[in-house]
Design a protein around this ligand. Structure first.
Ligand code: NAD
Ligand code: MG
Length: 362
């Protein structure tokens, strides 16, 4: 029976077993809402890092520990990886290795894995910009594409000068203008590291060279990204900023299931676009450079950023210290080819040690 709140929904698929990793987070809780609204979706496993999973109805539950063991037992049709940070890497590679559809929110794992993940398995992106691009591309190969345009809100400090960022606090940075998200990605949005990670994520998801991926600021987050095609057409994806839309798309793909969102009211919108201020927010240029360098450099960028953001949130590093620590780590790290998961884990460990050293000196 279709849920009464979603009229007109008919099932064309049989039950889909969803393993939800990071079930207690911002994405995780919204995913549970989507699963609850669709009887053809069922949770076969849920996991968190340390928070209790009480009140979540699933046959397998795990707090901490090895996520791949849980996935082996759960036999999912789709893994929604909504873990935060490099900790999600094993689950991402497990899904790709086992031919299980990966609904990917955990962008850090794709950024770090890079070439190792490229062209393997089915990834349906959950990140709103990449979901938008995926929908505009409709599976077309990169030769049809002129440029990808990733949009970003610019975060809470858009328009500020470097001097005005000298004394911002974690509390200031956690006040995102358009999205309600977990703390790590919210800080990443304030530094533009999130857009940097997304640039690398887009490169690996869609096989487009970095020079053909542009970033544009659109402060109200209504335009979620767009594709310029080689024939002169540009397709954009619009909607209110609400992660339930890309989560629903990824979980019910290739269907388009109803969500309880109000339709977009175009007459109430003004859309403004501007280039990002890469002088004041160097994390975007650092990501581009790391992406272009390739090998383990994106993994190093991600690891150093995770260390720096944790230190900022703990009051041990200034806001402007974040790009400082990441820049120093990238300059000091070896850039090695990445052949397997062991190489990645080692690159991540070594980068964290370098970032800790840069932190101690900051
Ligand atoms: P969050 O901090 O709200 O939640 C993180 C979740 O991961 C929690 O359930 C936590 O318990 C779990 N977790 C942490 N370490 C773990 C481990 N070792 N093993 C298992 N679970 C672990 O974060 P979030 O905002 O929901 O973001 C999750 C991911 O989605 C991030 O990669 C983020 O960049 C991405 N993302 C989030 C949003 C958003 O709107 N929140 C949008 C786009 C992409
Ligand atoms: Mg995003």
């Amino acid at each position: 029976m279709p849920p009464p709140s979603l009229p007109g929904w008919t099932y064309t698929e049989s039950m889909k077993r969803v393993a939800l990793l990071g079930a207690t987070g911002s994405i995780g809780l919204q995913a549970i809402e989507i699963v609850d609204a669709h009887p053809e979706l069922e949770l076969c496993a849920v996991a968190s890092g340390s928070s209790p999973l009480d009140g979540i109805d699933a046959p397998l539950k795990q707090i901490g520990g090895d996520l791949t063991e849980l996935l082996e037992r759960a036999e999912p049709d789709v893994v929604l990886n909504a873990v935060v940070g490099f900790a999600g890497i094993h689950a991402t590679l497990w899904a790709l290795d086992n031919g299980v559809t990966l609904a990917l929110a955990n962008k850090e794992s794709l950024v770090a894995a890079g070439e190792l993940a490229r062209g393997r398995g089915t990834i349906v992106p959950v990140d709103s910009e990449h979901s938008a691009l995926f929908q505009c591309l409709e599976g077309r190969s990169s030769e049809h594409v002129h440029t990808l345009v990733l949009t970003g809100s610019g975060g809470p400090f858009r328009g500020r000068t470097r001097d005005e960022l000298l004394s911002v606090t974690p509390e200031d940075a956690l006040a995102h203008p358009t999205w309600q998200m977990g703390p790590k990605i919210t800080i990443d949005s304030a530094t533009l590291a999130n857009k940097g990670l997304e640039l690398i994520e887009a490169h690996f998801l869609f096989d487009i060279p970095y020079e053909r991926i542009e970033v544009v600021i659109q402060p109200t987050s209504i335009v979620h990204s767009l594709v310029r095609f080689r024939d002169g057409a540009a397709l954009a994806h619009l909607g209110y900023p609400d992660m339930r839309v890309p989560i629903s798309y990824a979980l019910t793909y290739p269907e388009r299931a109803p969500t309880p969102l109000r339709p977009l009211d175009l007459t109430s919108l003004t859309l403004e676009f501007s280039p990002p201020d890469t002088e004041t927010f160097p994390m975007l240029s650092l990501a581009r450079a790391a992406g272009e360098k390739g090998g383990s450099a994106p993994c190093v960028y991600n690891a150093a950023n995770e260390v720096a953001v944790a230190a900022f949130l703990a009051g041990r590093l200034s806001f402007l210290g974040i790009p400082g620590v990441v820049g120093e780590t990238l300059a000091a790290a070896e850039s090695d080819p990445v052949r397997d998961l062991d190489d990645l884990v080692e690159a991540d460990r070594a980068a964290r040690a370098l970032a800790d050293g840069a932190l101690a000196a900051a």
